[in-house]
Design a protein around this ligand. Structure first.
Ligand SMILES: NC(=O)c1ccc[n+]([C@@H]2O[C@H](COP(=O)([O-])OP(=O)(O)OC[C@H]3O[C@@H](n4cnc5c(N)ncnc54)[C@H](OP(=O)(O)O)[C@@H]3O)[C@@H](O)[C@H]2O)c1
Length: 284
């Protein structure tokens, strides 16, 4: 398979490079190809002539997007449109990485791929608009919505919790945001399978099961045998620039339709911990 990946310095991109090492891979960081540089995007895709493009590059600072709306749209929406146009010219298939944050969180049962987008943040809005345009430009595009990524090689929720827990006897974590944690090696494997299965349309891909941020933190601390107490708090107690959906569990039905099943998030967390150096106990 000839594959071009954008965003290879990112959390997911690094795992995609490992997962696709046996393929004819063109790996592009933001230094190789900035999504805002239309001529460069066209050149690299024309040069590589990939069967598949995986667009894992994005401006992912959800709070930063609120004060940098133009940048969020330039990268996440206009950049994606440019990749899709170049893909159409080159005859390449495209997987676009999207997000649970394009839902408003008012549902109380898992979001289906067909549910209505109603983003409540600039980041979610930039991804929602990108999805709409991509489906027009490339009718066989595959949009993969995922959520709560964690993995090695960059900042993520478990790494933050482990660092805080190593420094403090008690940490406070919000208990009114429910979603699906997703381990980047599991998602990279799923994306490779979706290419091989010639997937199209909107697919939800997360680890199985769901939890609140607080429940996730409890499991992280427990699995690390740390003495830290985790205290549940509300989002209102810790206001952030961007609103987050209170519920953004993604239904796996669209993924199961391709006969792909992702492991439970607790199992993924064990594998993540297995490769994470144990943080020193407080005071040691
Ligand atoms: N993280 C999550 O919880 C989450 C949840 C749902 C969906 N997603 C989506 O999943 C995908 C992968 O996320 P991630 O967590 O792996 O992201 P990440 O770690 O923040 O990595 C983002 C990647 O995009 C690159 N990038 C940023 N601006 C760029 C630009 N203007 N031109 C070209 N490349 C640019 C970055 O390059 P530099 O390192 O050089 O800046 C980096 O390689 C993204 O599409 C994201 O929106 C993520």
């Amino acid at each position: 398979m000839r594959v071009t990946v954008f965003g290879t310095s990112g959390l997911l991109g690094q795992e995609l490079v490992k997962e696709l090492s046996g393929e004819q891979l063109t790996a592009l960081s933001s230094k190789d190809a900035d999504l805002r540089d239309q001529a460069r995007i066209r050149d690299v895709i024309r040069g590589a002539r990939p069967e598949w493009i995986i667009l894992a590059a994005a401006y992912t600072d959800v709070d930063g997007c609120e004060s940098n709306r133009d940048l969020a749209f330039a990268v996440n929406c206009q950049g994606a449109i440019q990749v899709a146009q170049a893909a159409r010219e080159a005859g390449s298939r495209l997987i676009f990485l999207s997000t649970d944050y394009l839902f408003d969180g008012t549902k109380r049962s898992p979001y289906e791929a067909s549910d209505t987008r109603n983003p409540i943040s600039v980041y979610g809005e930039s991804k929602a608009r990108a999805e709409e345009r991509l489906l027009e430009i490339l009718p066989d595009v595959c949009i993969v919505r995922t959520s709560w990524l964690f993995g090695h090689g960059g900042p993520c929720f478990p790494a933050t919790i482990l660092k805080l827990a190593a420094d403090r006897p008690e940490i406070a974590v919000v208990n009114d945001q429910r979603g699906c944690p997703t381990f980047t090696p599991d998602l990279a494997s799923t994306l490779a399978q979706l290419c091989r299965k010639s997937a199209r349309g909107i697919v939800h891909a997360t680890n199985s099961g769901d939890c609140t941020r607080y429940e996730f933190a409890i499991e992280i601390v427990r699995a690390s045998r740390m003495p830290t107490t985790v205290r549940p708090v509300t989002t209102a107690e810790f206001p952030r620039p961007a609103r987050r959906p209170t519920y953004s569990v993604l239904s796996a039905d669209s993924l199961h339709a391709y006969n792909i099943h992702m492991p439970e998030w607790q199992d993924a967390l064990r594998r993540y911990r297995g490769k994470t150096p144990v943080a020193p106990a407080p005071g040691v």
